[in-house]
Design a binder for this molecule. Structure first.
Ligand code: PGA
Length: 251
């Protein structure tokens, strides 16, 4: 297994100067002691270029929060994989629950984006997760298997090697209520089984599975202790270096 990956998803927060300051503080915070985990930060599109300049020379990677699947065209308001790759993005988050639920991106739409993102030299972070109603209806496994199967269908070996999976239960995102270690473990093991079934024992064991949803410095240790957790996707707590750096160090 590769080193664990911790991703800070800044969502729609911060103008250019705010994002530069935050990136600078994270670079400084991680300089003091080398971390075991790889780190990526995902500022809004408008700050990608500015943040890239700040993190150059550090080990921190740049991530975009979304992209379109086409290289260019009449898609008002969209940003293509080549555009974010040109700005220095190493990763792109795809299928985040806010994209699925607020902007109605379907499993099929998300599936279309993975290949083009990887073809432009980036690693794709595919997010999956159930809503509270789906969990209460005992549909968690079914929903996650469906989201994964549609997204992973037909992906070649070159793409699989550039893929990360993030399990983010919708009810845990931004609510302060993280999934318990037992809940995380159960779903991560299920995801691993889907990956092994789809790609074989060796390849399926190599993909990192990240957890996201109200990760904080206070609960990071109980999550990073789990063998099934190969990284974390952090929203709110990634908006300050003081709260993000300790999460990185939890591994
Ligand atoms: P949160 O967000 O850490 O604020 O819950 C996680 C995410 O949306 O990736």
């Amino acid at each position: 297994m590769k080193a664990p990956l911790v991703v800070g998803n800044w969502k729609m927060h911060g103008n250019e100067a705010d994002c530069q300051a935050l990136a600078r503080a994270i670079v400084q915070g991680l300089k003091k002691q080398t971390a075991k985990a790889e780190v990526a930060i995902a500022p809004p599109f408008t700050a990608l270029a500015a943040v890239k300049k700040i993190i150059r020379g550090s080990k921190i990677s740049l991530a975009a929060q979304n992209c379109h699947w086409q290289p260019f065209g009449a898609f008002t308001g969209e940003v293509s994989p080549s555009m974010i790759s040109e700005l220095g993005c190493d990763y792109v988050i795809l299928g985040h629950s806010e994209r699925r639920h607020i902007f109605h991106e379907t499993d099929d739409v998300i599936a279309r984006k993975i290949g083009p993102a990887v073809a432009h030299g980036m690693r794709a972070i595919l997010c999956v997760g159930e809503t509270l109603a789906e969990r209460q209806a005992k549909q968690t496994a079914k929903v996650i298997i469906r989201q994964l199967r549609i997204a992973l269908k037909g992906l070649g070996n070159d793409v699989i090697e550039k893929l990360e999976i993030a399990y983010e239960p919708v009810w845990a995102i931004g609510t302060g209520q993280n999934a318990s270690p037992a809940q995380v473990n159960q779903v991560h093991q299920r995801i691993r089984k889907v990956l092994v079934d789809a790609f074989g024992a060796t390849k399926g064991a190599q993909l990192r599975i990240l957890y996201g949803g109200s990760v904080k410095a206070e609960n990071a240790a109980e999550l990073t202790e789990l063998d099934s957790v190969n990284g974390l996707l952090v929203g709110g707590a990634s908006l300050k270096a003081e709260t993000f750096v300790p999460i990185v160090r939890a591994f």
